[in-house]
Design a protein around this ligand. Structure first.
Ligand code: NAP
Length: 547
């Protein structure tokens, strides 16, 4: 590591080649930013993180809506990098609630004294690479500029909320709130008429809880949802003790799974077409009873062959019709697209909630939202009076939080220009033209198709190893070659094109954000990806220019 000096200044610094404030600036103090900080500091690097919120936790800091809960099991959705940490923390439920995950994030921050390296309530607004001195100047919302050698975007895949532009929204006399920016002090729902726009994961979790609390709930649905029971339950202490007694083997087994999770769930590698009707139903029934997102792994072709997919669709459709009492409501709640091409949702009593007398459903694909009024929401055919209007309308996923920072690389090229036709990366970690900049779980990496915490750990370790390697050779920059990017983008697309993922309008494709270029952003298959990252590193960072 080179010597460094200097302090944060309020005007753009005039740097000599060796002058910088910290080795690394990290954007965000969610699970990615926290581990990046911990790892860098443990290796002796100076690092500073900037975080817009008042506390750590990232997505779990912002998504405080009622019912918010992880869809990866607690004993898997946790850091594995520190044995004592994974032994000492006790999870209470199969799937952790948002408050419990946020408490865990705070515990990690305390345990590793991370807060001293985090500046809260500060947004990174811009970052510019200085080609003369090979440093990044990072401008923050407090008017300061911090100069660093490496710049790490740990901004999360689902942190930039997406709010459609509805006419009249500012005229609404009640309370409006987005699930992804739920206020810390909560929202009063008791005794209120509440509207929820959207039926993605956030809404599916929130709706049953809100229905219990409010007077009247109206759900505005554009696309009906396939959702599988979560079967959340208190975590049996003996199960927890058993896994903790063999935690590192358990982690290794999950690391070898396509989604970096679910190693202990029965695996099947046969086609749905090769089993009897009875066996097909038995497997789906078992997966339904077991609960969780791995419903689709009951056969090897449900996500690659449309005729196989139809069996899974039919199974869930049948469950909906058995659960929802009113056939007209059941029909509206019945999805018709490919199951799994939008992220599969898991729920607790979602369909059951539509049997309640205080819950109604409006299909806005049939009867579109015209505008928000002073009193509520107007569709083409009716006005619905509301006190609280909740937008569960999702995120500008994977690229939104990167693109809202004005990032300028070599020759004045901005990331906004570079990605104007969709994100392009090498390994989902780096972008040609932006030396010494890394994205954690960026587009082109497995990220959202995996257990995010495991993907984060793999990225953080790769990035910190890379920085150490550069310093060991006195190299000042690493930059992806344009050919590497080209091949990587083809590889990501080819993997997606062999599946049914590109077949519907999902946020994986950016299709939920008007005007966003349609590109399948995450990479399928974690173990192959992790191996490729290791090969690249052990081949002296092939595909990169090192200077
Ligand atoms: P989402 O899956 O993108 O769902 C957004 C919903 O809003 C969709 O139903 C969408 O309808 C609807 N919508 C968007 N614009 C609309 C408009 N103009 N009019 C009417 N409806 C509109 O967002 P999300 O539910 O926040 O979930 C995003 C992701 O976050 C999840 O897929 C998951 O990866 C993650 N998440 C995870 C958990 C968990 O761990 N359990 C919980 C919450 C979120 P269309 O389908 O028609 O576009």
């Amino acid at each position: 590591m080179a010597d460094h000096s200097g302090t944060t200044s309020s005007s753009p610094p005039t740097t000599s080649p060796t002058r910088y404030d910290v080795d690394v600036v990290v954007v965000g103090a969610g699970f990615a930013g926290m581990y990046m900080l911990q790892r860098l500091r443990s290796l002796g690097y100076s690092a500073r993180a900037f975080e817009a919120g008042t506390g750590v936790g990232g997505t779990w800091y912002w998504n405080r809506y009622p019912g918010a809960r992880c869809d990866v099991e607690s004993l898997e959705y946790s850091y594995s990098f520190d044995e004592e940490l994974q032994q000492e923390w006790e999870w209470t439920e199969r799937y952790s609630s948002q408050p419990e995950i946020l408490a865990y994030a705070n515990h990690v921050a305390d345990r590793f004294s991370l807060r001293e390296s985090i500046q809260f309530e500060t947004r990174v607004e811009a970052a510019k690479f200085d080609e003369d001195d090979n440093v990044w100047s990072v401008r923050t919302s407090d008017g300061q500029t911090t100069v660093c050698r490496f710049f790490v975007m740990a901004t999360g895949c689902l942190s930039s909320t997406s709010l459609p532009t509805f006419d009249g929204i500012e005229e609404f006399g009640g309370t409006t709130v987005h699930t992804g920016q739920w206020p810390k002090e909560g929202v009063v729902l008791k005794g209120k008429r509440v509207g929820v726009v959207g039926t993605g994961s956030s809404a599916v979790q929130a709706i049953p809880v809100i229905a219990e609390e409010c007077d009247e709930l109206i759900v505005f649905q554009r696309t009906a949802q396939y959702t599988i029971p979560a079967r959340n339950a208190p975590l049996d202490p003996s199960t927890q003790a058993d896994i903790k007694s063999r935690y590192s083997d358990f982690r290794d087994a999950n690391f070898a799974m396509p989604q970096a999770l679910g190693a202990e769930i029965p695996k099947f590698n046969d086609s749905i077409h090769d089993v009897s009707d009875a066996e097909r139903e038995r497997r789906f029934e078992n997966a339904w009873e077991r609960g969780g997102t791995l419903f689709m792994t009951s056969f090897n072709d449900v996500l690659v062959d449309e005729s196989a997919n139809v069996y899974a669709q039919d199974f869930v459709r049948q469950k909906i019709s058995e659960t929802v009492n009113d056939p007209a409501i059941a029909a509206k709640l019945t999805p018709h697209h490919i199951i799994g091409c939008k992220r599969l949702v898991i729920d607790t009593d979602y369909f059951e909630t539509f049997n309640r007398s205080n819950v109604s459903l409006v299909d806005v694909s049939d009867d579109p939202i015209e505008k928000i009024t002073t009193n509520g929401l107007l569709t083409q055919t009716a006005e619905f009076e509301l006190d609280v209007l909740i937008f569960a309308t999702g995120f500008d996923a994977m690229t939104g939080s990167i693109l809202r920072v004005e990032i300028t690389g070599r020759e004045g090229l901005t990331i906004q220009e570079k990605w104007s036709a969709g994100p392009r990366t090498y390994l989902g970690l780096t972008v040609p033209g932006f030396p010494n900049m890394f994205t954690i779980s960026g587009p082109g990496s497995p990220s959202v198709l995996t257990n995010m915490i495991i993907s984060i750990e793999q990225h953080v370790e790769w990035i910190s190893d890379c920085i150490e390697w550069l310093d060991s050779r006195d190299a000042s920059t690493i930059e992806a070659e344009i050919n590497s990017e080209e091949e990587w983008v083809k590889h990501v697309n080819a993997k997606a094109d062999r599946t049914l993922f590109p077949s519907c309008n999902s946020w994986y494709l950016g299709a939920n954000v008007p005007g966003k270029t349609r590109v399948f952003m995450p990479l399928l298959g974690f173990p192959g990806y992790a191996r490729r990252c290791e090969e690249v590193a052990s081949n002296n960072y092939e595909g990169f220019v090192i200077q």
